[in-house]
Write a protein that binds this ligand. Structure first.
Ligand SMILES: *[C@@H]1O[C@H](CO)[C@@H](O)[C@H](O)[C@H]1NC(C)=O
Ligand SMILES: *[C@@H]1O[C@H](CO)[C@@H](O)[C@H](O)[C@H]1NC(C)=O
Length: 482
């Protein structure tokens, strides 16, 4: 049926129209959306070459692969997540990083007096007790504050974002939603209303050692939740109840691949691009996706579920020989002006005490370009032209983005050989594919953005993608084929 409609439409009309006709005929009752954090676009083919019978290979037999997909810039997990669920980037969401700065905020515990401007950190440090897997959730005492309607108020991550999320749109139709991620701070996917999730499940990854095997143990908690949800069951310690229903929209992430990339990484061996621990992490994720597929089949809902795999971020460098670390303080110092805050990873976001110092800071950074291995400095008009926004009017936009050469990490940590958050291709070129047994195998080679995941989820569920305010603001379209 689908095929004949499509063939007819293809014969008569443009491809774009044909795809629209097909999509109108296809709505799904469920969408399951997974991020394999760190999984590059280039890893898909590499993994299938090593594991031709894997779940991922099987999913792609009836699915669309987007081979040139890019996540947000910067590519930190926080904006990476928001890109998918709001259809927008940091300029629109206000979410740049999990640890950054806002010129209008005040410190946790303060009474919002004095000069505004404070670090905005939404990681494990905001939990009641981040050494416990079930950490008690977010302690408002640990939250940065802002003056809202004249009152000094702690700002929860979900209140930080400026536009709605797909979870909010789906939940607003009375449908059930569920999401799991690595810290309670991922509360942010609930969206500004705070109502996007029927159920949030946020075991704290910080309670586990940063090894591949321990991270697999951690990820298994997410997998168990996916399987529980498909039985309409509430995992222990989850917030909110499904009341026996299978969610219309559910998802979560896997951390094991990211941790394997950061701690052990890739190897330059022909035919064997992954070190053993990285391959073990990939095999774990693949087997876990296999369990979800088996459960969907057992429940008789495989045909009516769209599976979306879209990674929040990649990891830099893929080539281990390119890795080098530089002390982030050297970057701050090199500006020779007063820096209010600097986010440092394989990028540096610099917030100056005074915007007027921007050109001086840039000139001084340029003088140390070689030492600091700077590839590009983005500031002033180029920030706006490249879509980052304007620091003069938006308190969340840094004055200067420092893009280092590929493989450079501004860190003093010796524990990591790769990192993400930056704007290099290794950070941003990620895996994106969708699968359903009724789809025919296709590869789309045009450039797409993970922002397109949000509107695509709504379209797939028969909802209006235009309800996603961030997607409208940035003109984000659904993915090809929808
Ligand atoms: C946090 O949890 C750990 C492990 O359960 C415990 O040892 C510690 O005392 C707790 N800290 C606080 C401040 O409650
Ligand atoms: C991790 O687990 C695998 C398989 O379960 C095991 O073979 C390996 O020795 C473990 N690695 C470490 C460092 O414990």
């Amino acid at each position: 049926m689908h095929a004949s409609i499509r063939t007819l439409a293809l014969a008569v009309l443009s491809l774009g129209f044909a795809e629209q006709t097909l999509a109108e005929a296809t709505t799904y009752k469920h969408v399951a959306v997974f991020s394999i954090d760190g999984f590059h676009g280039s890893d898909v083919a590499k993994y299938i070459a090593v594991r031709p019978k894997s779940t991922i290979a099987t999913l792609l037999e009836t699915g669309y692969e987007y081979t040139d997909a890019f996540t947000s810039a910067p590519s930190d997990s926080f904006p990476g997540t928001q890109a998918q669920f709001t259809g927008a980037g940091p300029r629109t969401t206000g979410v740049w990083y999990d640890d950054t700065y806002d010129r209008t905020f005040f410190a946790p515990g303060s009474d919002c007096s004095g000069k505004p401007g404070a670090e905005v950190v939404y990681d494990e440090t905001i939990d009641y007790n981040s050494t416990e897997v079930f950490s008690g959730g977010i302690n408002p005492k640990n939250l940065p504050r802002a003056i809202i309607n004249g009152v000094c108020t702690p700002v929860f991550p979900h209140s930080r974002i400026r536009v709605n999320t797909v979870f909010e749109v789906v939940a607003s139709k009375g449908k059930v939603t569920a999401y799991t991620d690595k810290h309670p701070a991922y509360d942010m996917v609930r969206g500004p209303s705070g109502k996007g999730l029927t159920q949030g499940y946020f075991p704290e990854i910080n309670a586990f050692p940063t090894t591949v095997n321990d991270t697999i143990t951690y990820d298994q908690l997410h997998v168990d939740a996916f399987l529980d949800w498909l039985d309409g069951k509430d995992p222990k310690h989850a917030e909110g109840s499904l009341k026996g229903q299978i969610p219309t929209l559910f998802g979560g992430n896997f951390q094991a691949v990211s941790v394997a990339q950061k701690t052990v990484g890739y190897q330059n061996k022909p035919g064997l691009p992954f070190t053993a621990p990285l391959l073990r992490a990939l095999d774990f994720v693949d087997a876990s996706l296999g369990k979800v597929v088996a459960k969907l089949k057992a429940k008789g809902i495989y045909d009516e579920t769209l599976i979306v795999v879209a990674s929040k971020h990649g990891q830099s460098p893929i080539d281990p020989s390119k890795y080098k670390k530089i002390d982030p303080k050297a970057v701050t110092k090199a500006t020779k002006v007063n820096v209010a805050f600097q986010t440092s990873d394989d990028i540096a976001l610099i917030f100056l005490e005074n915007h007027q110092d921007t050109l001086t800071a840039v000139r001084n950074l340029k003088a140390q370009r070689n030492n600091l291995e700077i590839q590009d400095l983005i500031y002033g008009r180029r920030l706006i032209e490249l879509g980052f926004g304007n620091p003069l009017v938006d308190p969340a936009v840094p004055d200067i983005i420092v893009k280092p050469e590929l493989g450079i990490i501004y860190t003093t940590s010796t524990a990591k050989i790769a990192e993400h958050g930056g704007i290099s291709n290794d950070d941003r070129h990620v895996s994106v594919f969708v699968s359903n047994p009724k789809l025919e195998k296709r590869k789309y080679h045009n450039q797409v953005s993970t922002k397109q995941v949000g509107p695509t989820i709504l379209k797939a569920l028969g909802l209006n993608p235009m309800e996603l305010k961030g997607a409208v603001a940035e003109g984000t379209k659904v993915l090809n084929g929808f």
